[in-house]
Design a protein around this ligand. Structure first.
Ligand code: SF4
Ligand code: SF4
Length: 366
């Protein structure tokens, strides 16, 4: 199927380097080293092509994007083309002056990841001493610079009891938005699934708590809630549908329909060093593979919801069904839905010790 229209957003992973080592990191298990990263000129060319293509927003991510000394140059170039820029940072190595400088260059928004609502949990998950206080300083710096702030809290067994604390932290830090995002189990999170999967009762309690808080704080704090796939009835429309309106670029220039697409072994990806973004968007084999609905098998093929959720997540279908064209097992209509619930039940019942994580590090799974 040809492209349904023009894309509106790009997630740009400027680097895989990061001071933290979260065991659920969405970066691939085989992380890219610094010497493979696109240079400044290539990134600027790609973002120019993106603006020509009509891209409205670029999420500058990583790893930790502030480790790139050319971040200011990139933000300036995007801002000059009228593209909205969102900096996604762990916030442990950014000084107030740099935040203010990025604001001056045209940065529009900061999304700060929070691993825990207390120093102990932040340090356990990020595997870095003193990380919590640095994050709080960054959050304050963002607000002092007059930038909008979103906190992103990936939720799992070791912090699911802190959901209320995350909400209070967001209020205390004057955040505009809080994302309570239950961890998705692929990549590093799949490696650490046994250690991370929360218990059913905790998930249910969390859903009730978040729903009540959303009502109570309406107009004061926007709370986005990504429900846990393993407990869902129907799947989410992953990426809003495969190659439908957004895509991502890895540090070495590989263009993928979503950040976990590398887990589907037969896909062939184009690189922005070799092709113009417009050509990649229109005809890259990986983008074409699951675009639209023609590729679907039953039960998706004849399902009324097929243009609402696009069959869910291809990477999750690959991880659980071993077939990226299968119905996402998060769907209650999938023949593998029970298997998925069984996996959740089995993993959560094991008392995995907290220090048993395989922390995300370059070279661990290379
Ligand atoms: S999830 Fe953690 S390790 Fe991965 S990029 Fe974000 S802060 Fe770094
Ligand atoms: S069968 Fe497919 S299209 Fe229907 S709800 Fe499930 S995942 Fe969505």
């Amino acid at each position: 199927m040809s492209a349904p229209g023009y894309p509106i957003g790009i997630l740009a992973e400027l680097t895989h380097r990061c001071p933290l080592q979260c065991p659920y990191c969405s970066n691939p298990a085989k992380l890219l080293k610094a010497n493979t990263e696109l240079d400044t000129q290539n990134w600027l060319r790609v973002f120019n092509e993106a603006a020509d293509l009509g891209i409205l927003q670029v999420h500058l991510s990583g790893g930790e994007p502030t480790l790139r000394p050319d971040l200011e140059e990139i933000v300036s170039a995007l801002s000059a083309r009228g593209v909205y820029t969102n900096l996604i940072t762990a916030g442990v190595n950014v000084k107030q002056e740099r935040i203010a400088a990025l604001k001056d260059r045209g940065l529009d928004h900061v999304q700060l990841s929070v691993q825990g609502a207390t120093p102990e949990v932040t340090e356990l998950i990020g595997n870095m001493k003193g990380a919590h206080e640095k994050k709080l300083e960054t959050a304050r710096g963002v607000r002092e610079a007059g930038l909008p702030l979103t906190l992103n809290a990936p939720i799992h067994r070791h912090n699911i009891h802190q959901v209320e604390d995350f909400i209070n932290l967001a209020l205390e830090l004057d955040a505009d938005r809080l994302e309570i995002a239950n961890v998705q189990y692929y990549g590093w999170a799949l490696i650490n699934r046994t250690q991370l999967m929360p218990a059913w009762d905790d998930v249910m309690a969390q859903v009730d708590l978040v729903e009540a808080a959303r009502e109570e704080l309406r107009g004061r704090l926007l709370i986005d809630f990504v429900t846990p796939d393993y407990y869902a009835k129907f799947p989410k429309p992953c990426m809003g549908g495969w190659a439908r309106d957004a895509f991502m670029i890895t540090p070495d220039g590989t263009a993928m329909p979503c950040h976990a697409a590398h887990t589907i072994p037969h896909l062939v990806f184009d690189n922005v060093k070799d092709k113009h973004l417009a050509e990649i968007w229109d005809s890259s084999p990986a983008f074409e593979a699951y675009r639209g609905t023609d590729w679907m098998k039953e039960p998706c093929r004849s399902c009324d919801r097929r243009e609402q959720d696009y069959g869910g997540c291809r990477c999750q279908a690959m991880a659980i069904a071993g077939d990226a064209a299968a119905t996402d097992p998060a769907c209650s209509l999938s023949p593998l839905h029970e298997t998925m619930l069984t996996i959740a039940g089995q993993t959560q019942s094991k008392e995995a010790p907290a220090d048993d994580f395989t922390y995300r590090r370059i070279g661990v799974n290379a």
